[in-house]
Design a protein. Structure first.
Length: 196
């Protein structure tokens, strides 16, 4: 389920990258430590969006049988933008007087991803996406380029149930009836078979 949710986030953002945002996102990818190594190369691909599973909370029993479990899950959507002008432009971007985005900033990407993902369930059996904390990862200059990277947490949950193994299901119940005087032998019997 984790991989399916991650893929669905990428697909939803990718589908919105068809021009309706008013700018093009150059990179929409899963995060694999891209900012830890070769940061200068990654910054050249901005504006970009990266998605990663950030972890899960403590599972809780679901339903009265307590066989199923509700698994909380948190995903992080990281957005990055750069500017040759200055660090504030990497965050705020550049807009025309009519509000048209000339150069997207990290705030544009953050807000657009928020609108795209808010309350989404992607057609999967998960709780609708709820926004979490936003954190600044980078807000600096590198090799003459100013860039900003923010991470938005998204919370959901899904239900996990154990695998059914043949023989685990209770499919039949037998009853024996003993009449008085009891001679130790059943006088009548019933076998109830449940539909699986």
């Amino acid at each position: 389920m984790i991989a399916q949710i991650e893929d669905a986030i990428l697909a939803r953002i990718g589908a919105a990258n068809d021009g309706r945002l008013g700018y093009k996102i150059a990179a929409i990818e899963t995060y694999g430590g891209d900012f830890d190594e070769e940061l200068a190369q990654v910054v050249r691909r901005f504006p970009g969006v990266w998605v990663v599973y950030a972890g899960g909370g403590k599972p809780v029993p679901y339903g009265t049988s307590k066989v199923k479990w509700k698994m909380p899950a948190t995903f992080a959507v990281m957005v990055g933008a750069r500017s040759v002008r200055s660090e504030p432009f990497s965050r705020r971007g550049l807009e025309a007087s009519d509000g048209t985005v000339i150069e997207p900033g990290a705030y544009h990407l953050l807000e657009d991803c928020r609108r795209i993902l808010l309350n989404a369930d992607f057609g999967l059996e998960i709780a609708r996406f709820e926004p979490g904390a936003v954190r600044t990862l980078y807000n600096t200059r590198l090799n003459g380029l100013a860039f900003s990277i923010f991470a938005q947490e998204w919370h959901t949950a899904f239900i996990v149930e154990p695998e059914t193994v043949e023989g685990d299901d209770w499919l039949r119940t037998g009853f024996n009836y003993y009449l008085q005087p009891d001679d130790g032998k059943a006088d009548a019997s019933d076998l109830i078979t449940l539909n699986p």
